[in-house]
Structures are given as C-alpha cells and as structure tokens.
Design a protein around this ligand. Structure first.
Ligand SMILES: [Cu+2]
Length: 134
C-alpha cells in the first residue's frame, strides 16, 4: 500500500470515526468512482443516519451531485471544482429521510441528472448512481 493510499484510508477512517462518534451511526456504504467512469456499486442500500462515502479511484476528476436540488450528496460543497484523484467525499443520509426514498445523483462531468425528486423518478444517464433508503 503506497503512502497516498494509506493517507486516504486513514483520512477516510478518521472521517467515518468522527462522524460515527458524533451520532453513533455505522458507515452505510462506500462507492468507488472507477476508471470506466462509473459509480461502483451503482446502487447502495442504506438507513437514515448512515454515511455514504465516495472514493475517487480514477485518474480523472469526478463529482457527486444530487439530481434533487437542495437534497442529497453535493461534493461541490467540499470540492468546488470536482473531486481530484484519490479524494473522497462523504454525506450523511438525514435521519428524517423516509424509508423507500431513492436519491439519484450524477457526476457533473460525465453524467446528466434524471428528474429525481427524492423518490423513484429514475436515472439520468452516463455516470449516475442512486441511494436507496430502507
Ligand atoms: Cu465523473
């Protein structure tokens, strides 16, 4: 494991640890941004209060942007110009999110949003993913 990977992993665990200590919640899911320009896995299943972590494992920049304006993950809040290689971003599913909600998102560089309203309106296309709240 090289130093950068170690640093990223340490940071990742620290972020999850800090957030977990704050709310006593488990990390819900880790999504990788891959060299084929996809979110892997494309669908993650989480509970309200869970943390979703996106890790950019690609050589290119990516982003996480909710299809539902004002609700959902928004990596631009942390990485204004996109997520560089080896960076990660995390977002907590709000505790009051309704079970059955599906939060669609896309990469602003490689995907287009669907008409997501926080429920099942469907994917956009390109580099897209979704969070299913159980
Ligand atoms: Cu991308």
């Amino acid at each position: 494991m090289n130093t950068i990977k170690k640093l990223v992993l340490t940071g990742l665990l620290a972020a999850i640890g800090a957030a977990s200590a704050y709310a006593q919640q488990r990390p819900g899911a880790v999504v990788l941004m891959t060299e084929s320009g996809t979110f892997e896995p494309q669908t993650v299943y989480v509970a309200p209060g869970d943390i979703v972590v996106w890790q950019n494992n690609d050589a290119f920049w990516h982003s996480v942007k909710t299809d539902t304006q004002g609700f959902g993950p928004e990596s631009d809040l942390v990485f204004r110009y996109g997520m560089p290689p080896s960076s990660y971003y995390w977002w907590r599913v709000p505790f009051n999110t309704r079970s059955g909600s599906v939060i669609y998102y896309h990469c602003k560089f490689h995907g287009v949003p669907g008409s997501g309203q926080g429920y099942t309106y469907g994917y956009g296309f390109g580099m897209v993913g979704r969070i299913v709240v159980q």
